[in-house]
Design a binder for this molecule. Structure first.
Ligand code: SF4
Ligand code: SF4
Length: 165
């Protein structure tokens, strides 16, 4: 399971390219109103949180290409981008707190290595406020700006961090 998560997260940009392209092609071909796409984004937000931007959005893919989202040095750009976004991002970002799937830490098995925080632009840029494993801080995964890249989950060496119901 751990290997599968790592593999999917490592290939996320390709998944985004395929799903984003499919969203664009289907909406263009069938002339689907943008509001149905917004509703779809909100629906996915209720279940998964803010997943649309980095897994399915054609604009998200273009922005990530421009901003170099795969590079550690582009944390700041991605953080700023995911603080703004579009109506889908606004709604699904607020749903990060209440979505059915959440990023959860198992405090019993967590060895407090901090690898998860190092992979996250939120925890990295606002360490005084956010963390994925420190209980005294706000949870990065339920903040508005978490775009469910799941790099934090993939980085955890012993599976203490999970994205689950
Ligand atoms: S999924 Fe994890 S690494 Fe990605 S933005 Fe959310 S908390 Fe940060
Ligand atoms: S990477 Fe995993 S073990 Fe390390 S601090 Fe984060 S949750 Fe804990």
């Amino acid at each position: 399971m751990k290997k599968t998560t790592k593999f999917i997260v490592a290939k996320r940009i390709f998944i985004l390219a395929i799903l984003g392209g499919a969203v664009y092609a289907v909406t263009s071909y069938f002339n689907i109103s943008i509001w149905y796409v917004v509703l779809f984004g909100i629906f996915t937000g209720v279940i998964f949180g803010k997943v649309f931007c980095r897994w399915m959005c054609p604009i998200g893919f273009i922005m990530e290409m421009i901003m170099g989202g795969g590079s550690q040095s582009q944390f700041s750009n991605m953080y700023q981008y995911h603080k703004m976004g579009c109506p889908i991002a606004w709604a699904s970002g607020f749903l990060n707190k209440w979505s059915l799937f959440q990023i959860k830490v198992d405090t019993d098995s967590c060895i407090k290595c901090g690898k998860c925080d190092k992979e996250c632009y939120i925890s990295t840029l606002e360490p005084q406020k956010y963390s994925l494993y420190k209980p005294e801080k706000q949870q990065s995964g339920s903040s508005y700006s978490c775009s469910k890249c799941l790099k934090c989950v993939a980085a955890c060496p012993n599976g203490s961090l999970k994205y689950k119901m």
